[in-house]
Design a protein around this ligand. Structure first.
Ligand SMILES: *[C@@H]1O[C@H](CO)[C@@H](O)[C@H](O)[C@H]1NC(C)=O
Length: 291
């Protein structure tokens, strides 16, 4: 047994000869390269500031508000965010609202839920698109919410996007139960598929109202140009996935700055595996919404 094992090892070494030598070379090259970076770092940092330091340079500094214009504000606002992706342009806002505010929105929406519908393309019917979007939902505008919470949320979204509130559609409050999903789709309407559009959706803000124990992620399968071949299955839960957490916000842009649709903004809701997913969606358009 022993000899046999040795023989096999010897054999595999021989057959791996060239790749192994190549890997060894690569290893020593990288080790040398990293080493040179590490040791040269000190000289570099004394010569000029490292880009890394840009991040922390302002920390702890107090800022005074400037005199503001007629529509401005007299205090500073801090809304923490993380860039999740540039392709599509997606931002994560942790703790955008409180848990209590989420509860209150859910409570108000619960009694009005109805099965969610789809905007239909040419040739599509409610029957042949069954199963694409299986959540329940309702629409409510900020002015209809007597608690004032949606008013607060809308104002904060407007600040985070710097797009005036009047560009937003009413909130769409959605509930996904176990197994419910939304196949991948665009929020913007491609005129080639949906006909001429009076106005277009620029961006979407998703406010997660509940934690989801398992599943229910918002997914961007084409993030950074991945999976964009014709074979992509629109039900598949892949790509950049954002886990819903109560009170967190997710903003992404469906259009490029030049107004054309960003193909990487394709997104969907992975099926909920455990728990329940509640989300408030605000679609933001290029035109003022006067209805
Ligand atoms: C619009 O902008 C995108 C991204 O910068 C670019 O890839 C595309 O070619 C532009 N399209 C037009 C029609 O200008």
């Amino acid at each position: 047994m022993k000899t046999k094992g040795k023989l096999v090892i010897g054999g595999s070494w021989r057959s791996l000869g060239l790749p192994a030598v190549f890997l060894l070379c690569l290893f020593f090259f990288l080790a040398g390269f990293l080493g040179s970076i590490l040791f040269s770092n000190q000289d570099v940092s004394s010569a000029r500031p490292r880009p890394m330091e840009l991040k922390s340079v302002e920390e702890g500094r107090e800022f005074d508000p400037l005199p503001h214009g007629g529509t401005g504000e007299d205090s500073l606002t801090s809304i923490p965010f993380q860039v999740l992706s540039w392709k599509p342009r997606a931002l994560y806002f942790p703790n955008f609202v409180t848990a209590e505010q989420c509860q209150s929105i859910i409570k108000a929406a619960k009694v009005h839920l109805a099965p969610s519908s789809l905007a239909l393309r040419k040739g599509e019917t409610a029957e042949n698109t069954k199963g694409i979007r299986t959540s329940s939902g309702m629409f409510i505008s900020a002015s209809e919410d007597k608690t004032g919470i949606l008013d607060f949320v809308e104002e904060k979204i407007a600040k985070a996007t710097m797009i005036p509130r009047i560009h937003g559609e009413a909130f769409n409050i959605l509930r996904y139960e176990i197994g419910q999903r939304y196949n991948c789709h665009y929020d913007a309407f491609n005129p080639a598929e949906y006909g001429p559009q009076k106005s277009q959706r620029i961006a979407s803000f998703l406010l997660y109202l509940s934690d989801v124990e398992e599943g229910g992620e918002t997914m961007f399968p084409f993030e950074n140009g991945l999976n964009m071949d014709a074979n992509y299955d629109f039900r598949k839960c892949i790509g950049l996935k954002v886990k819903p957490r109560r009170g967190d916000g997710l903003l992404f842009y469906s259009l490029f700055p030049n107004g054309t649709i960003d193909a990487t903004s394709l997104h969907g809701s992975c099926p909920v595996i455990k728990g329940q997913k509640w989300v408030a969606t605000k679609w933001i358009r290029d035109e003022e919404q006067n209805d």
